[in-house]
Design a protein around this ligand. Structure first.
Ligand SMILES: N[C@@H](CCC(=O)N[C@@H](CS)C(=O)NCC(=O)O)C(=O)O
Length: 244
């Protein structure tokens, strides 16, 4: 169906891209894929191109965009090395696509099936139970035209609850063995599960939580700092992804 992928409205940098192309904005969902691409650059020298859009203009609902992602949301990954070019939407699916096709040595994934399943569990956990809740806190406390205390409280409490789940896991409360990363045997290994989760959780203050509220999650706070030190992570949320 590649003949239907691009139209005269599709921006030139999207339709003329040759390799892996990312359409993104520097939001937590965009940052997850931005970070992984930067990690793959450091690990393998991966090259890709990027188009930055501004979702406040609703460009993501235009026909050229919906052809690439019927869900009308960023980020989108387009792999022009496939024939026909292959599109991927949903951050977690994009991370697992890159893991399969660009991380040949599973540096950010696992060869062991049980560890690989752990990476899936924690990626799904954040995709299904973290991002939607924290996203709704952001929406109801910042974007909604009227402030609805029930909605703000409900989604804040749910977000704190899922932070608590991560804290239980990282602290080793029930295993006796604290972890450094979400998936993998022992202390775990930095993987796509962390890359999916980190861009959201690191934004707790911006979402409106207080230092007192997050002080209940000391292992989670250390995990945030541990990952923040990675050069690829810093680049993946950095100036290159800020629209001028
Ligand atoms: N489940 C999707 C969510 C993507 C998403 O919500 N993206 C937001 C930005 S963080 C977006 O494009 N919002 C624009 C809109 O809703 O029109 C994913 O994980 O990729």
């Amino acid at each position: 169906m590649s003949h239907n992928l691009y139209t005269s409205e599709t921006p030139d940098d999207v339709k003329n891209a040759k390799g892996i192309h990312l359409v993104t904005q520097n939001t937590p969902n965009g940052q997850a894929v931005q970070i992984f691409l930067e990690e793959l650059k450091d690990a393998y020298g991966l090259e890709w191109t990027t188009t930055l859009i501004n979702i406040s203009t609703n460009v993501q609902k235009s026909d050229w965009f919906l052809r690439l992602d019927p869900n009308g949301r960023i980020p989108i990954l387009i792999d022009n090395t496939q024939s026909p070019p292959f599109t991927v939407h949903e951050t977690s699916a994009e991370l697992f696509y890159l893991l399969k096709f660009a991380d040949k040595q599973d540096k950010f994934g696992f060869t062991n099936d049980l560890e690989r399943n752990q990476a899936l569990q924690w990626t799904f956990f954040w995709h299904g139970s973290g991002a939607p809740y924290q996203g709704q806190v952001n929406h109801f406390s910042r974007a909604a035209p009227e402030k609805i205390p029930y909605a703000i409280t409900r989604f804040k409490n749910e977000t704190l609850r899922v932070y608590g789940v991560l804290e239980i896991h990282l602290s080793g409360k029930y295993t006796g063995e604290p972890r450094e990363y979400l998936a993998g045997h022992g202390k775990g290994k930095y993987s796509v599960a962390d890359i999916k989760t980190w861009p959201w959780v690191k934004g707790w203050e911006r979402t409106g939580f207080t230092k007192e509220e997050v002080s209940a999650f000391p292992h989670l706070l250390k995990w945030i700092d541990r990952i923040a030190e990675r050069p690829a992570v810093q680049r993946g949320i950095g100036d290159a992804y800020v629209q001028s």
